[in-house]
Ligand binder design. Structure first.
Ligand code: DCT
Ligand code: MG
Length: 417
């Protein structure tokens, strides 16, 4: 039975059964071939990673160490922990012993030590002390403010600041984004539900169609991957007639502002030029689309919602509140603030933008790494460039891009690497 299962799984996973394998099977009906090694590919973009998996007791721990490494400006270490966590997310079973990890890729010594300790003692001392550390907690709280990155948070931490309240009390200079971030901090800490994302989708669709009929809108990010909650709602907007999308964002934000639906917005213009940007640009994962970082004012009451998901939206506003809240927004408030990202893409780049904005972040990173290291190609949210042929590869669908990259198509719901 084991042999047949191994055969079928290998075939399904696209592994050719080699002559050597056949021989091994003939002479040894239970081949000593490690199924882990056979089935677990080393790039996250070669694997299917579902949203719900069996090893969060390990991946949560590794991701705390990844997060902490990021706070300490150690990107290499951070990515190593994230890759290790991602492999465990793709395992079809719960890890019970170190033996289960034999031959798995991406598990460095440090990650293995942490896993071993959790398997043996139920927790890892390093993870627990990180979780409890003043620096970790403060940087987490400070970067949790919209508009605050690790560098700023770190500077504030070294100045003795620990929380958004400390920023207010000490009268820190804040830019407009950070002011909004502090003002709506409590709301923006609360996860956005799928029901809320659906209400916002309807609003965005209404706004976009009011200013540009025929435009297409797609829900991106975690919600496209099937997540039930997120930290924001991401949308990609395009129009089948190339050029019609130019200058669209200010029209959308004006419409939304007139309806009183925006608490904050900042639009950056599209600065991508294929000829100028070229494939040789540094592999910066920031794209250059016209983009609007915004904070929506989401009403909980039925009359201001354009969808029938109001009931579930109201449930959310009962979440616990802290004492600090802007004076305009009391606990009894019938609205909440929600982070929304709007991105406009020319139609010819839409497939690349869709792939780039679906995530997860690690999946995207691995796609770009695969393209560069394995295919001598350069992938961004705008284009795919083939350095061997010296040409841009055009695509209308995500499926075509996976095919160019020589990868099996992975649907969004299995890109939760
Ligand atoms: N993205 C990326 N690299 C980054 C940031 C973002 O490739 N450094 C892409 C992947 C996901 C998408 O943009 C949206 O970003 P987020 O909203 O930050 O991620 P998310 O997966 O939607 O997570 P959440 O559910 O918390 O919003
Ligand atoms: Mg998101």
């Amino acid at each position: 039975l084991l042999d047949i299962r191994w055969f079928t799984e290998s075939m399904e996973a696209g592994h050719p059964i080699t002559v050597q394998d056949r021989h091994t099977l003939q002479v040894n009906p239970k081949p000593n071939i490690d199924p882990n090694a056979m089935l677990m590919k080393s790039y996250a973009c070669q694997r299917r990673t579902p949203l719900k998996h069996h090893n969060s007791f390990l991946t949560d721990a590794l991701e705390i160490l990844a997060q902490n490494a990021e706070y300490n400006d150690n990107e290499g270490r951070s990515v190593a922990f994230r890759r290790a966590a991602s492999v465990l997310k793709a395992l079809p079973h719960r890890v019970k012993s170190m033996e289960d990890l034999r031959s798995l890729p991406c598990l460095g010594d440090h990650s293995q030590r942490v896993i071993k300790e959790i398997l043996e003692d139920g927790s890892s001392r390093e993870v627990e002390s990180t979780r409890q550390s003043e620096q970790y907690q403060a940087i987490k709280a400070l970067t949790g403010i919209f508009g605050v990155g690790v560098r700023t948070a770190d500077r504030w931490f070294r100045e003795g600041l620990r929380s958004p309240d400390d920023l207010i009390h000490t009268g820190q200079q804040l830019n407009r984004a950070q002011q909004a971030g502090v003002q709506y901090y409590d709301d923006l800490q609360k996860p956005v539900t799928k029901a809320e994302a659906d209400v916002i989708s309807d609003i965005v669709e209404k706004a976009v169609h009011a200013v540009l009929p025929g435009a297409e809108i797609q829900l991106m990010g975690g919600f496209r991957r099937g997540k039930e909650v997120g930290h924001d709602v991401d949308f990609l907007i395009t129009h089948p007639e190339e050029g019609k999308e130019e200058g669209l964002m200010p029209k959308i934000t004006n419409w939304l502002e007139e309806q009183g639906l925006l608490l904050y917005q900042k639009t950056t213009r599209n600065s991508y030029l294929e000829k100028m940007d070229g494939p040789a640009r540094a592999p910066n994962n920031m794209d250059r689309f016209e983009r609007c970082f915004s904070i929506f004012k989401l009403q909980a009451s039925a009359e201001s919602c354009t969808s029938n998901s109001t009931a579930s939206v109201q449930d959310v506003s009962t979440g616990s509140e802290t004492e600090r809240h802007s004076d305009q927004h009391s606990e009894a408030s019938d609205w909440r603030a929600v982070r929304v990202d709007l991105v406009v893409s020319p139609y010819s780049q839409f497939a690349f933008a869709t792939l780039g904005w679906t995530g997860s972040k690690l999946f995207e990173r691995e796609l770009r790494r695969w393209a560069g290291q394995e295919k001598h190609m350069s992938l961004s949210s705008h284009a795919l460039y083939d350095s061997k042929q010296n040409l841009y590869l055009r695509a209308k669908t995500e499926e075509e891009i996976f095919a160019y990259l020589g990868l099996e198509f992975i649907p969004p719901s299995e890109r939760n690497a």
